[in-house]
Write a protein that binds this ligand. Sequence first.
Ligand code: HXC
Length: 260
Amino acid sequence: NDYKEIIVEYKGKRQNVALVRLHRPKALNALCASLIAELTHALASFDKNPDIGCIVLTGSEKAFAAGADIKEMQNLTYDYTYKSDFLANWEFVHRTKTPIIAAINGYALGGGCEIAMSCDILYAGDNAKFGQPEISIGTIPGGGGSQRLTKAVGKSLAMEMILTGKPIDAQEAERKGLVSKVFPKEVLVDEAIKTAEVIANQSKMAARMCKQAVQTSFNVGLDEGLKYERTIFHSTFAVHDRKEGMTAFVEKRKPNYEDK
Ligand code: HXC
């Protein structure tokens, strides 16, 4: 592939982990339209690729991403943003079926924090900084920050971060549940790849169904969510990999998943 603003590599013993690095070093990975288009294209291609079972999304050691590209947004008008439904395509990260781990070193600000929060698992390097500084440039989070940050850390801290624009560090992000683990920045990406390999070696259908079930918990009430979960659970009994997984356990051997 000939991406210019992202770098894609394949990792893991079975090369079943896709590693995507955001790569606009001069702009601290500010998320311009062309970068988002490349990211969207890459994520869609992984969903279609039967060899890929998990994705790791990372930036550089200095910045995961310092936000949407302010220079690109500076002269936009309401007319344009409304008619083009500006930022609607950012939703693709959340819509990707393959599980995504965000490995965040350095700045994850504004849209950077929002893209990270759209991923399924968040790991931080010990130098990470998470913030929604949009208020400082006269706007508000537009990539899901007001919703996802609030669900992750609760009302008071989300309000504090969004109203002051001040970031929190990796340790606080872990304490508040925004990220599930913190690693020294040098080993962060390798650790994310290790977890990604564990996921990629599971049944891909089961992994996608797990993701779908957990995502649903953010959108519906408990009764609806439980019904949805049970429906998906029942549907695994129509899937080869469910039979194979249980049979392998009973026969005390490793399962051979076929993604069907
Ligand atoms: C465009 C950016 C950028 C951004 C940094 N750069 N962030 N360009 N959009 N969001 C560019 C700078 O202009 C500069 O290029 C280069 O990257 C290095 O940045 P510096 O500011 O010189 O680096 P430093 O002094 O180390 O400060 C780092 C920083 C600061 C604290 C992260 O860059 C910063 O505050 N950036 C903006 C953070 C922000 O407000 N993010 C939210 C954006 S709004 P040049 O060529 O000029 O030297 C947003 C909307 C979300 O995300 C809603 C939609 C999803």
